[in-house]
Design a protein around this ligand. Structure first.
Ligand SMILES: [Zn+2]
Length: 331
């Protein structure tokens, strides 16, 4: 392994170290939580399988491909015995969400409540040490740790009381094509239908697809690791201009900076995941969205996403067979 890494580019070394650290750190978190009785062993097992699959899949769509044995630094025997399907399916099946989204979801599960302070404190405690050496030049953040997390909630119309929080994280990937692959998977397979539609409409028309029937609030935070900055571990941040366009009626409290240079496409931000969870959990809100009318249909835009996904996977020589299969860690 050492020899393998010494011959690699600094960027590939960071990829391998980040992947290795993320898998092992996540396993430590889930196993400790299961041992404390804060996470059902069955659920811990499913989270470990899902994260292992995503990270090994990222190795398969990396350029050059990175084999599981190189990501895990030879330490594969036990994992291979426990989860043989993960090692097979990372070469054929797609994940449904990024690794940090799984970690955040698991942390909400471990904390056992959706109160923002408890969830964010636990999260920061876990990711504080998720940094990797940066080509002999200090430390850099693990590339699979999201830069931004957010949570959203709505006020119950009947009682005026605030309802529970839903959490999201920005998409983490190594490389721009790989990022497009993950956003297209989220749109095509994972996110609530109206959120996928909004992302497609945003990219096509640069405008919003719908407004909410009730007051939705959203707060976003930049996440820093220890060596990264003097900001402290977490800082409130405004939504980006694109989220502000996409969700004009959400109460963000902060306005996006006017001079922000936006290089990401719609679908990259933490807000989509948390709002997708909110709408999935509250179909009574999803059914009353005020949808704007467009000449183009939902299916047509999703087909374009499917085709871009096919194209990018083929470019990276990922052999998915005749149609996409998605990995299910519950089986
Ligand atoms: Zn945004």
């Amino acid at each position: 392994m050492q020899e393998f890494m010494e011959n690699d580019s600094p960027w590939l070394q960071i990829f391998i170290m980040s992947a290795n650290q993320f898998v092992h750190k996540a396993m430590d978190i889930f196993i400790s939580a299961a041992n404390r009785g804060d996470l059902e062993p069955r659920r811990a097992n499913a989270y470990i399988k899902e994260i292992l699959h995503i990270i090994l899949f990222y190795g398969q769509i990396n350029c050059p491909k990175v084999d599981p044995v190189d990501i895990l630094q030879g330490n594969t025997d036990l994992l291979l015995r426990c989860f043989p399907d993960v090692f097979e399916r990372c070469r054929t099946h797609l994940p449904t969400r990024p690794p940090f989204t799984v970690l955040l979801d698991a942390i909400v599960d471990i904390v056992g409540r959706r109160q923002e302070q408890s969830v964010l404190e636990f999260l920061l405690l876990q990711i504080n040490e998720m940094e990797v050496p940066n080509a002999g030049n200090g430390l850099c953040k693990n590339i699979f740790v999201s830069a931004v997390v957010n949570f959203c909630y709505f006020n119950d119309e009947a009682t005026g009381l605030r309802r529970e929080n839903y959490f999201g994280a920005s998409v983490t990937c190594a490389g721009s094509t790989q990022r497009k692959i993950m956003i297209d998977i989220l749109c095509y397979q994972t996110w609530q239908r109206d959120i996928s539609w909004a992302v497609c409409i945003g990219n096509r028309y640069n405008r919003n697809a719908f407004t909410f029937p009730c007051q939705v609030h959203s707060m976003a935070f930049n996440i820093y690791t220890r060596g990264e900055s003097t900001h402290g571990p977490i800082a409130r941040r405004a939504p980006c201009q694109k989220c502000f366009i996409m969700f004009p009626d959400i109460e963000f409290e902060l306005r996006p900076p006017e001079d922000e240079h936006i290089f990401w496409e719609y679908g990259n931000c933490a807000e989509y995941e948390s709002l997708s969870q909110l709408l999935n959990s509250h179909p009574e809100i999803a059914s009353r969205l005020h949808r704007n009318r467009f000449a183009i249909g939902h299916e047509e835009l999703l087909t374009a996403k499917y085709e871009r996904l096919e194209y990018n996977l083929q470019e990276l020589q990922f052999e998915y067979g005749h149609e996409f299969s998605f990995y299910n860690s519950q089986l």
